[in-house]
Design a protein around this ligand. Structure first.
Ligand SMILES: [Zn+2]
Length: 322
């Protein structure tokens, strides 16, 4: 079956090593030599992958990293000039964004908005929350700033259960993770793009902004994101990708770390021990991503940035109404 009308959007969250340090509750700060690895070593590989495959992608940028790494900022500016989209992933990547005071949430959005807008030459119109958790306040602040989409909901039961178990285990060991577990309401979120309710971000409503959830399979709601694609056996990966290509939209969320070469790049050993995808060879991960993009293309999917996808979905909805 050809998924002729499927829109495929590929996005890359550029979380720095310090984010993973917090998730795994590693002591202190990451070594100075590792701080900028994601922008310096992984981002160029994505640039190459997308140039090879002719795909324009969306990069979710942590605003503070632009000032911290002018070389990384220059690369991102070049990607924006080449037609890729730069979107807002907060200023400092606080996993507990939804628990912050309203003024702090606004500051996280606004500082990143200004920094990313200055880098790209156009202001961002899309947002992704750290750790996949949004609240009514976050969406309200985004709507006030005329953001057109949020892409944070991750309605995957196995992902949620695994994260809850790991975080409970770490708490029991008195090494609480710096990550944040969203409300279970997210598990009831629609798996396809929807307009959320003003008071319930994971339910349908009439906010002008579109929520674009991470792709999950229909029955088991298996997560179809970079981490699962680069670690799953080939047969499972192909079936998961085929399942999400049967939907109107395939929202493929990747992370910078998905194209890490742990040894060659010099990733800290303490992190490699905790993060299983870092122990997969770079060549195998690249093959898995290339095969996924080729599968989507072979099934007739059209690749668009997330902001282009918002336009396409809106015009389809108008078409269906008329
Ligand atoms: Zn992130």
């Amino acid at each position: 079956m050809k998924a002729q009308n499927t829109i495929a959007s590929v996005s890359v969250d550029l979380d720095a090593i310090a984010c993973y340090w917090r998730i795994h509750a590693l002591p202190g700060e990451p070594p100075e030599s590792a701080r900028r690895l994601i922008l310096r070593r992984c981002l160029p590989r994505f640039r190459e992958l997308f140039a090879q495959t002719g795909i324009k992608a969306t990069f979710f940028v942590v605003g503070g990293d632009l000032k911290d790494d002018p070389g990384g900022a220059a690369q991102l500016a070049a990607l924006a000039a080449d037609g890729h989209e730069l979107a807002n992933h907060t200023h400092t990547h606080p996993y507990d964004l939804v628990r912050l005071a309203r003024a702090q949430i606004a500051e996280e959005i606004d500082r990143a908005h200004d920094a990313i807008g200055a880098c790209a030459g156009i202001p961002p119109t899309g947002f992704r929350a750290p750790g996949y958790a949004v609240s009514a306040t976050v969406l309200e602040l985004l709507c006030k700033r005329a953001y057109r989409y949020d892409s944070s909901a991750f309605p995957s039961i196995p992902y949620y259960a695994a994260k809850a178990a790991v975080m409970a285990g770490m708490r029991a060991l008195r090494q609480p993770s710096g990550s944040y577990l969203d409300t279970p309401a997210v598990l009831g979120a629609p798996p396809s793009p929807y307009h959320p309710a003003a008071d319930a971000p994971y339910r349908r409503g009439d906010l002008p902004l579109l929520e674009i959830p991470m792709s999950v399979t229909r029955c088991l709601r298996l997560p179809v994101i970079g981490t699962s694609i680069v670690t799953a056996p080939e047969w499972l990966r192909r079936r998961m990708v085929a399942a999400v290509l049967a939907r109107p939209m395939f929202n493929l969320e990747l992370h910078g770390i998905d194209l890490a070469d742990a040894e060659g790049d010099g990733f800290p050993a303490a992190l490699v021990r905790r993060q299983p995808d870092l122990r997969r060879p770079l060549a195998a991960k690249r093959r898995a991503l290339e095969a996924t993009l080729a599968q989507a293309r072979a099934e007739g999917a059209t690749f668009q940035t997330l902001s282009q996808a918002v336009d396409s979905l809106a015009s389809r909805a108008r078409h269906q109404e008329s």
